[in-house]
Ligand binder design. Structure first.
Ligand code: CP
Length: 311
């Protein structure tokens, strides 16, 4: 099987079989990451350029590690140290980098739609590493991988996503991914942070957190996106935390098998108490670990790694 897409811009073009295939490939990649020597020659001779126009810790680092573990030549482009500061446009920047014959671009941008705009102007495959509030498909795939790994399946699971759904590209991509894989999704948060009409996507909206968590198998907590103006949509962070934060007392009222997730970065003491973030039901660092394997899988599938690749 091969992926039928050239670019990964969001999850809308991926069906259940495609996602299953990516997760299975990531499983093979995870085995490489558990070896003493975590490197294979799969992408030797390929060049991966990471273009991050917006800050990142997890996504940027894991894409770099993923490329290096597959033996690609990985170049990190930093907007603040580039000729963008001298007035060069994003498209001119991309066309100049394209002239150096890369095999894949990994792009994060603060504005929704930039990866797609670039994809229309270059033959080089594009992976969207997060664009504005639009999509974060590799985060969703690593979240799906992590849940499947922990709970053994995705179909029929009850997933509750809590917080700033309106401004979250992770929420948007997670919704698509979990629904495609047959999970039942509930969203919860202050009404001002839940998009109007989101029920049309096939999700349940519940504004009371305890009720939203009561039957959840998966609890996905989100950060308030203060950089996107979310802070003005509720009275105070303290009040938000009381009504929508997950602390130990609240977690104890949920199903004992339910797992706690967060895409990071966490604002400790706001959406998650430290005891929950670091507790036994949290799989937050598993998500980070799995991010490397999932991104290796995507680089491999989109860059056309050969069959000898995983040996
Ligand atoms: N989850 C995520 O995208 O984190 P970073 O912003 O640190 O990449």
């Amino acid at each position: 099987m091969a992926l039928k897409i050239k670019n990964l811009l969001d999850l809308t073009e991926l069906g259940r079989d495609d996602i299953g295939f990516i997760l299975d490939t990531a499983g093979s990649m995870k085995q490489i990451n558990q070896r003493a020597i975590k490197k294979v020659p799969t992408l030797k001779g390929k060049t991966q350029i990471n273009l991050f126009f917006e800050p990142s810790t997890r996504t940027r680092t894991s894409f770099e590690i993923a490329g290096k573990r597959l033996s690609a030549d990985v170049i990190n482009f930093t907007a603040s140290a580039s000729s963008l500061t001298k007035g060069e446009t994003v498209i001119d920047t991309v066309k100049n980098l394209e002239a150096m014959a890369p095999d894949i671009f990994v792009i994060r941008h603060q504005a929704a739609g930039v990866p797609e705009m670039i994809a229309r102007r270059t033959p080089v495959p594009i992976v969207n590493a997060g664009d504005g509030a639009h999509a974060h498909p590799t985060q969703a795939l690593l979240d799906l991988f992590s849940v499947r790994e922990k709970l053994g399946r995705l179909e029929g699971l009850k997933v509750t996503i809590v917080g700033d759904v309106a401004n979250s590209r992770v929420a948007r991509s997670d919704l698509q991914g979990f629904i495609t894989m047959g999970a039942e999704v509930t969203v919860c948060g202050p009404p001002s942070l839940i998009p109007v009409g989101i029920e049309k996507m096939g999700v349940r909206v519940v504004y009371d957190l305890d009720r939203a968590l009561a039957d959840a198998d998966v609890i996905m907590m989100l950060r308030i996106q203060l950089e996107r103006g979310a802070g003005g949509r509720f009275p105070s962070l303290r009040e938000y935390s009381i009504r929508y934060g997950l602390n130990l007392r609240r977690l104890e009222r949920t199903r004992p098998e339910a797992i706690v997730m967060h895409p990071g970065p966490i604002n400790r003491g706001v959406e998650l108490s430290p005891e929950v973030a670091d507790g036994p039901r949290s799989i937050i660092l598993d998500q980070v670990e799995n991010g490397v394997a999932v991104r290796m899988a995507l680089l491999y599938l989109l860059c056309g790694g050969g069959d000898e690749a995983l040996s």
